[in-house]
Design a protein around this ligand. Sequence first.
Ligand SMILES: [Zn+2]
Ligand SMILES: [Zn+2]
Length: 421
Amino acid sequence: MSTAKNPSERRPKVWWSNAIFFLSIHFAAFYGIYRRPYWTVSTPSLLLALVIWQLSCFGITVGYHRLYSHRAFRATLPIRIVLAALGAMGFQGSIKWWCLRHRLHHRFTDDPVHDPYAASRGLFFSHMGWIFFKPKYEKLDEVDKDDLDNDPVVTFQHTYYVPIAIALGFVMPWLFGALWGDATGSFIWGGLVSRLAIWHCTFCVNSLAHWEGLQPYTDENTSRGNVILAILTCGEGNHNFHAFPHDFRSGPSKLDWDPSKWIIVALDKLGLAHELNRARDKDIQSALSWMKSKHHHDAQSSSSSSESSSGTSDEGEDSETTDELPLWTERELSEYVGEGKTRRCVLVINERVVDVSVYLNEHPGGPTLLRKYAYKPPGDSKDIGRNATWAFMGGMNKHSRAANRRLQEITVARMAEASQL
Ligand SMILES: [Zn+2]
Ligand SMILES: [Zn+2]
């Protein structure tokens, strides 16, 4: 749900420190290339730049994105420390800063107000324009962050982010270069030029991967799959997999270019990562076949009505399923929820009773969030004011078609009368 925009929201403050740093690095890198073109730089320095670029990229894709933003797998402490260090070397903010904005991006993809790098605001804005401003994201406080706050690696990296990033991003290449007598060349190429490569390749995921490419899984938002970007971004360019963010892969097919996925699998085999999440095959197949039938339908019909007619097939399934559900009173609902430790986690969304107990660990937003919106029987001491309908219908997330399908599957009843839940 896109709320009305007031003038102050449309004109956020310029983030001067960010803008000056960002532009200065660009200027310094280009001046460095002019003074020390690659043919004047030692081979070890050029290799170092390449390694820093790739390692930082993995810090962002495997660490910041899949591990921390989407909890797509779990990792041992040493791996979390390494990923936090590599991500900091990429100079894209702390894990906490990055993840909260990325979670907003997934919840409100393309929304010009709530998506920090909304593609709907143009290619330049989604690529790097957003970096220059300091908007107040009104939904940011509602994004779940308990997992981040409870991870000592995240809190330590957040507190000491600037010295860690400077040490690894600028000082370390210079020191390495000194070892082989080319400190300046290493600093220019490993510290500055590789920085631009890391930044712009990552930013392309927000810009080009929402602009050009294929949409095999969904067309509900602008995310697209693009193999060239996948190569440049350690696999993140298969971006149309947006609807399954809790999956540790950016594409389920063996043909998807996704080195980040391969690294996570290798870590799992070595016992350094575990609990790798995969979207259910059934859900992926259903997303693929929905898009195939839509393309087929669109190809058959040249009129614009094709879209609305293909869009209604899902809604038809919805109403059919709903009609078959039993009608419950609030008493029946309370009995179903139960008490104590065996209490079920149940949401009431649009008068439909949804038992999310089996879905808690699958939910991309995490189990804590679902529990906050769970139905509490009358007399429960805890707060009962959270409105799951509002949250599901766009207040907290623009849920995807895949999420709606899953919701139907775990809906157990309908409320007999309009309630205040
Ligand atoms: Zn995206
Ligand atoms: Zn993501």
